[in-house]
Design a protein around this ligand. Structure first.
Ligand SMILES: [Zn+2]
Ligand SMILES: [Zn+2]
Length: 442
């Protein structure tokens, strides 16, 4: 989700250098295939991409099937087919049609559901495209997409039967951008793979782009908990050129036809830099083995956004670009919530106070046992006053999730709260580690 948010570090050694990846799914890299004895029965190589249109208003969600695609890479862990985290405002579940057995599940977030909490959603209906990726099935499956309702329960928004042999699953349509691995050398099936799509870079600026991704990789790998997993994270750079520099900025009357369609003023907020063109972005990212798709935007202006298991957008050249980017990774990779409040955010009642939020770093105290209660020292009062004596102590501090009352956060300072914080708080670090582990299992 969402908007916002330094340090310098030097660490990394460049990866194996430039490698143009096979285009159009012609030749698969054997190390990216998902084939385990117990999953091979229903999953083959590559990924199934399902493009949906999510449409509605503040209180109604409709989902429509747009297209199905075959993509050459699935880089998720074959041992993490069933989601163990429970994060996300939406969920995908894949069942074998023959037996009804659940064979894959995952959570994700959508820009559409963020938009539903804005004042505009009270007066108009809108549509957003949403891409969902899953391992490519080897037999007919039923894909069920569920939305998390305000009360925390789930409701199905669309069910699609997919025959993997259908001629209507589109292939070979992807844009042939060169892909370079700029850091890391692990097997994608046993690593966390971050794919960076170039946005607002001219054709002649790809050297700058690769260097910007490398700088970002060095910074991320210098921060906990990423530093602990430095040998298990790959960074890929997709060299997708734009006709002009920078992203679209309606506030300045500037519109650019970029690969990912990013723009400032998303949901009406000047610094919210993200894209409503998810399919366009995923076209650009399809030729790299990505667990998480990132967009690096060639601009000096402040901004960013991250949506869980959908996309992460950040800038290259603002003084705070790196801390903002890693904050957005908190959203996009680990589903962390914003621990700040009191900003001009347009969201209305983003977190109902009588429901425990699904984000691991926020609580309404409705079900605090499911959060970080077991990590608290005995002498910590609940809630915890935001006083000097509790600085750098894990507690339950009121204010977070865009509201000053009724939503609590774990720490006085955290990367999910401000750019000035030294790093992620212990709860956020633990959550990110938990998520990274799901990509490393084999
Ligand atoms: Zn944020
Ligand atoms: Zn935190």
């Amino acid at each position: 989700m969402r908007k916002f948010l330094v340090l310098f570090a030097l660490v990394f050694v460049c990866g194996p250098g430039k490698a143009v990846f096979p285009m159009n799914g012609v030749s698969l890299q054997p190390d990216t295939a998902v084939l385990m004895p117990d999953t091979a029965a229903w999953f083959g190589q590559g990924a199934l991409r399902m493009d949906l249109v999510l449409a509605g208003d503040q209180s109604r969600t409709k989902a429509y099937l747009d297209e199905l695609y075959y993509e050459p890479y699935w880089s998720g862990s074959p041992s993490s087919m069933i989601d163990s985290l429970g994060f996300g405002s939406f969920r995908v579940k894949v069942f074998r049609q023959a037996t009804g057995e659940l064979v894959y599940s995952n959570g994700f977030g959508t820009l559409f559901q963020e938009w539903q909490t804005t004042p505009e959603a009270r007066v108009i209906s809108r549509a957003f495209d949403q891409v969902i990726r899953m391992p490519f099935p080897a037999e007919t499956v039923r894909v069920d997409i569920l939305e998390r309702m305000r009360d925390g329960s789930f409701s199905s928004v669309i069910e699609v039967e997919v025959d993997p042999n259908s001629m209507f699953i589109r292939r070979n349509h992807f844009t042939p951008y060169p892909v370079t691995r700029v850091a890391g050398n692990g097997d994608p099936a046993r690593s966390l793979d971050l794919v960076f799509v170039a946005e607002g870079y001219l054709e002649g600026q790809m050297e700058k782009f690769r260097s910007d991704v490398r700088d970002m990789a060095e910074y991320i790998l210098s921060q906990q908990p990423f530093e602990s997993y430095r040998d298990h994270i790959n960074f890929w750079a997709v060299e997708s050129p734009s006709p002009a520099e920078g992203p679209s900025n309606p506030g300045q009357g500037f519109y650019n036809r970029t690969p990912a369609g990013t723009t400032y003023y998303s949901l009406g907020l000047d610094r919210y830099l993200t894209t409503a063109r998810h399919g366009q972005l995923m076209d650009a990212a399809a030729n790299a083995p990505g667990d998480v798709v990132c967009v690096l935007v060639n601009t000096t202006q402040y901004g960013g956004g991250g949506i869980y298991n959908a996309h992460i957008v950040g800038t290259a050249d603002h003084p705070w670009s790196k801390v903002v980017f890693i904050h957005e990774i908190g959203h996009g990779l680990a589903g962390l919530g914003d621990e700040y409040f009191g900003s001009e955010v347009a969201y209305e009642d983003f977190y109902p106070l009588d429901v425990e939020p699904w984000e691991a770093n926020l609580t309404t105290l409705v079900d605090f046992e499911s959060k970080w209660k077991d990590l608290l020292d005995n002498d910590i009062p609940v809630p915890t006053p935001a006083e000097e004596s509790y600085l750098d102590r894990l507690g339950v501090f009121e204010g977070g999730g865009y509201t000053s009352e009724g939503v609590y956060r774990p720490y006085i300072h955290c990367r999910m709260r401000s750019n000035a914080a030294p790093g992620f708080c212990p709860v956020c670090q633990k959550t990110i580690s938990r998520v990274i582990e799901t990509y490393l299992r084999y």
